[in-house]
Design a protein around this ligand. Sequence first.
Ligand code: SME
Length: 158
Amino acid sequence: MAEDLHITLGSKEDQYVNLIPQIEGLLHGEDDLVANLSNVAAALKQQFGFFWVGFYLVKKNELVLGPFQGPVACTRIQWGRGVCGSAWEKGITLIVPDVSEFPGHIACSSLSKSEIVIPIKQHGNVVGVLDVDSDLLNSFDQIDANYLEKIISLIQWS
Ligand code: SME
């Protein structure tokens, strides 16, 4: 059974450092992917108050909306489309300081201003992405990229 999340104040790095062992605890002993993705999204939302945080999963050659926290969102994204589809195509983390300047950005919400998308790889193939949106410009940097990539690596995919 999950304990309440211990919310940490301090620098962004401090917050990630304190969150990661708690996420490890949430994932420990549970092998259901939907359950684990749901709790990771919830833990990130609770700690950081992100506007939107969630997963898109590769299904039949498109990204399909998975567990998330935040306002309702687009359900399907094509390969190469938007920030999520581009991270899938390129296989790299994309940090977008101002979504209005990203060609092809998919505006699920007009309130979203900056975004980071991390591809999730299994055996070299992208199987999904973690998408985090902020209602402020310039919210994400390499610190988020490094720790979010670390968090994704904790999730047992199959
Ligand atoms: N903005 C994303 C779409 C997903 S939502 O933000 C939840 C994109 O351009 O891929």
